[in-house]
Ligand binder design. Structure first.
Ligand code: ZN
Ligand code: ZN
Length: 160
């Protein structure tokens, strides 16, 4: 149900926190010639553990707890931005948070459904909608980099 509107095959995304998602993320990074270091792996695991949006600060806390070593928030920011640049993570702008990308092998302008009550998110992919937004912007001479597509509302659990 959650991903019913995905245009790509179900094979192309994985459960947050699963080994399969971790492997897919690592492979996606290697294919882009970016190293999967121990620190990056730790940040990825902290980000991916439950699929919920998490702040860079909270990621740093999780990594510190898991490894028993303090990790600087700046290092976490840099790694999260690297993940976003390479399609391993997405930013949830309305929450100033990051979320693991469940389809790291496949680029989409994800549309996030953000529950304002419980803070959970779900997401849809609709490339025709996102492409239309980009095309309209380009027709005005604007050069789009990435759209921010977020719908704030109530998840099925919270409005039921
Ligand atoms: Zn998506
Ligand atoms: Zn909710």
């Amino acid at each position: 149900m959650a991903h019913a509107a995905h245009a790509h095959s179900p094979r192309a995304h994985w459960e947050p926190g699963s080994d399969a998602l971790r492997d897919a993320a690592r492979d996606a990074l290697s294919e882009q010639d970016v190293q999967w270091t121990e620190l990056r792996a730790g940040v990825f695991d902290a980000l991916a553990q439950d699929g919920r949006p998490v702040s860079a600060y909270d990621v740093a806390e999780r990594v510190s707890t898991a490894t028993g070593r303090r990790i600087a928030a700046n290092s976490v920011y840099r790694i999260l931005d690297l993940f976003v640049a390479h399609n391993l993570a997405k930013r949830i702008e309305s929450r100033n948070a990051y979320v693991v990308n469940v389809h790291p092998a496949c680029a989409h302008d994800c549309i996030f459904l953000v529950c304002e009550k419980c803070g959970s998110i779900d997401h849809l992919d609709d490339d025709s909608l996102a492409d239309r937004m980009r095309d309209r912007a380009e027709s005005t001479g604007f050069q789009p980099h990435r759209p921010v597509l977020e719908l704030i509302g109530l998840c099925p659990t919270c409005h039921g």
